[in-house]
Ligand binder design. Structure first.
Ligand code: GLC
Length: 415
């Protein structure tokens, strides 16, 4: 478990233009947030850039130069002169496991989610970006380095003071929550003025012998760029779910005659992506025409009989349901740890009926939550099932679009 060594400062009266960079997967985003001095809704300008394949496994300097150039162009387009004599603060959301050494620095422990820039591991992340900004002549200072969960928590808290945790369920999955410093063993007596600290859990790497793995999970893990790593993430997040479904389809073809033929494309890892999976799952046409189209376009499997198309929808359902229920179990784990699951917390010992549940908000970001209707329904359903209706009605999952980047800009504004 990693600890971000700072508290969240919440911005109530800042004014000005603040920037953030959000790097978390094969895309990165540049954001500009205008703060007007009031607690109003934020409408950040956001520009998304896909990271060229070559840069995802090349040299760190090239990646950071590319990011700094995109920021440069973004600022120029906004007519906001980067040549200003005043150094601008920049929030940097970097969503990979980091050993956080200060509010604005941290060392990359390892890559996840398919990135593999070897020379970056063990290096200071904000410093590498800072050097690239200097090479581009940008007068900006990386004042905040955060994980996407922490940015999302900051934005969640900005909108709703009852926010206690943040969860990302997108390409990867992770969570963070606010904890009392005396409850954090790694804190070892270090105090903060608020008495609390944000814990970035890196729950994607959670594993337990009690978590049953199927042969599909085992094969996916073995063939992934990071075997024996990120086990929880590989069962939950958007990068992997489509590939589990693809592996089940292949096995059905090998062991039955339900699919007439499959192609070499269907043997390619990650050929079936989460948005296609969600679209097949949502197909309610009598002939499942969308399922037929996706199987042909994405996996090159034509003429799939209706019976088999129905089975494919069922597979999407089972895989999504498992992912959502695991994510719900993770959320309940946090609520239990901080005494918001209706049981009185780890030291409470009071019965459920004695507890007066406080309104509890969990900020959630990520494509599975925002774009995959059935995932979201299963997640909500599982929370109600585990917590019981009386408790679950006090737990609100708040959709925080672009929270990870906007939150970093807010934190930069508080610098
Ligand atoms: C991966 C990263 C983690 C990030 C999560 C969601 O699990 O290791 O830092 O928060 O993906 O993007």
């Amino acid at each position: 478990m990693l600890v971000n060594k700072y508290i969240i400062f919440f911005i109530r009266s800042e004014k000005g233009t603040f920037y953030a960079l959000d790097l978390g997967d094969t895309n990165f985003r540049v954001l500009r947030v205008e703060l007007g001095g009031q607690r109003s809704s934020l409408h950040p300008d956001v520009e998304q850039h896909p990271i060229p394949n070559l840069l995802m496994s090349g040299r760190s300097e090239d990646l950071f130069d590319f990011i700094a150039s995109s920021l440069h162009q973004f600022i120029e387009k906004g007519n906001d002169s980067e040549q200003s004599p005043i150094t601008k603060e920049l929030g940097f959301t970097f969503s990979f496991p980091v050993n956080q050494t200060s509010v604005s620095s941290g060392i990359l422990i390892k890559w996840t989610k398919g990135l593999a820039i070897k020379d970056m591991v063990g290096k200071e992340v904000a410093g590498s970006l800072q050097q690239a900004l200097a090479r581009k002549g940008l007068n900006m200072q990386v004042t905040v380095l955060v994980n996407d969960t922490v940015g999302t928590l900051a934005l969640g808290h900005y909108h709703d003071a009852d926010t206690v945790a943040a969860v990302i369920i997108g390409t990867g999955t992770n969570a963070c929550y606010w904890e009392r410093t005396d409850a954090i063993i790694k804190c070892q007596g270090r105090l903060t003025t608020s008495g609390g600290m944000v814990v970035n859990m890196e729950w994607g790497n959670f594993w337990s012998a009690h978590l049953p793995r199927t042969s599909y999970d085992i094969e996916l893990d073995a063939e992934s760029p990071n075997p024996n790593d990120q086990g929880f993430e590989k069962m939950i997040s958007g990068m992997y779910l489509g590939d589990i479904v693809r592996r089940v389809i292949l096995r059905m073809w090998e062991e039955s005659d339900i699919f007439v033929s499959v192609s070499s494309k269907s043997s390619m890892p990650f050929a079936l992506r989460m948005p296609s999976m969600a679209a097949m799952h949502a197909d309610d046409s009598p002939e499942l025409t969308e399922v037929a189209r996706i199987l042909k376009d994405d996996l090159d499997i034509p003429d799939v009989p209706l019976k088999a198309r129905k089975l494919v929808v069922k597979v999407c359902d089972v895989v999504t349901c498992r992912a959502a229920r695991l994510a719900a179990a993770g959320i309940v784990g946090i609520l239990k740890k901080i005494g918001r699951d209706g049981s009185g917390g780890i030291t409470g010992g009071r019965s459920r009926s004695d507890i007066k549940m406080r309104r509890t908000v969990v900020a959630v970001e990520g494509s599975l939550f925002t774009q995959y209707t059935m995932f979201r329904e299963y997640l909500q359903g599982a929370l109600h099932e585990i917590l019981g209706e009386d408790v679950a009605r006090h737990v609100i999952l708040m959709d925080t679009e672009d929270g990870s980047g906007t939150g970093a800009a807010l934190l930069a504004a508080s610098y």
